[in-house]
Design a protein around this ligand. Sequence first.
Ligand code: S3P
Length: 450
Amino acid sequence: MSSHGEAQPMEAARSGPLTGTAEVPGDKSVSHRSLILGALSVGETRVTGLLEGQDVLDTAKAMQAFGAEVAREGDGTWSIHGVGVGGFAEPDRVIDCGNSGTGVRLIMGAMATSPIAATFTGDASLNKRPMARVTDPLALFGARSYGRSGGRLPLTIIGAADPLPVRYATPVPSAQVKSAVLLAGLNAPGETVVIEAEATRDHTERMLRGFGAEVSTEVTPEGRVITLTGQPELKPQTIAVPRDPSSAAFPVCAALITEGSEVLVPGIGLNPTRAGLFTTLREMGADLAYENEREEGGEPVADLRAKFSPDMKGIEVPPERAASMIDEYPILSVVAANATGRTVMRGVKELRVKESDRIAAMADGLRANGVTVEDGEDWWIVTGNGPGSVAGGATCATHLDHRIAMSFLCLGMAARAPVGIDDAGPIVTSFPVFVPLMERLGAAFRGAGA
Ligand code: S3P
């Protein structure tokens, strides 16, 4: 079942060549943060290029429930009148974050140091995901939380009336945990410090600085030490959201594995904390060029040109790169199935607690379609036999996970027999125009959304 109604089965058949330009939507991480920081500043923040996927729309609704005025003014153009740090009102309804771990975890952080209560819930996928990783550090500020066993949603947080600043070393490499602590630190006096052993995406730090907060990052033997000075007045901003590298990954990878393809994906954010997939693909021998490299809104951006790459080889992906490509392992495994040899992915335990257990979901579907996959708790290995070698012919369970759904549709585009998915519904959470965009390039899809 889709998160929003009936399941929408689809299938992808051998396609191509894929040609043309793929204008992918705005970055999901930056979109959530634009709405939340806009809601925490005083005055009007204007955002262009906002991702209008369901995850972000749920965050927009949540910000309204906490008292901000949030209005859509046109395609991707939004205005937010914020209430200021510490100005959140107590919502009079349950906050439903749908499928979005980023939405719920960041919002829990943002409200946890205000003297209000809020109850959070989500869909069947989100309600299975661990929340203690956020509620534990929020308790150090003085917030109390009451959830289901294992700290799962639905969950109520009673924000701290007299929050204390916190020094917290994140036990898992997670930008969501780091961001929740920093957002909570906004309304605590003094300095809140987050220490992360491995660098995770740094959009929150960059954007907080843009909104006028004092945030410093120091690289020490302990890891990255991020220090935020609490109780700033955040000044509203004009934000142009870059296009999402995690969405760009799908047309790029589909072009690499589909015979005769050449696709241009313009204006992609290449923040180094996000661009690990593209480095990995080039190491595998992908014909992937960065063109027109530039800076936009403080983020490095380039146009990506991807061409069919028949000679890609399996590689060992360095585990220390995992955080910078954590959402891209499902589509990387599809490329690996069309490369020659073993692609070894280690240090990726976090994949098991995403929208689905992504190692299990991909391993099951790849095996059903004739691909050799070995896996353990925090690693997996995909063995490919070259371009066009995947048998296909099976239908894969997507487990309410948008990236699993899109990855298997890409698999089918280069397989000998069509690959099906049980539900394309979740794709709207991050990439609502995926199906028409891929069809315009030359994808052969059949089913509900096609
Ligand atoms: C995100 C962080 C990552 C990522 C998610 C978006 C963010 O999750 O998987 O899609 O915007 O902060 P973790 O922080 O749990 O690794």
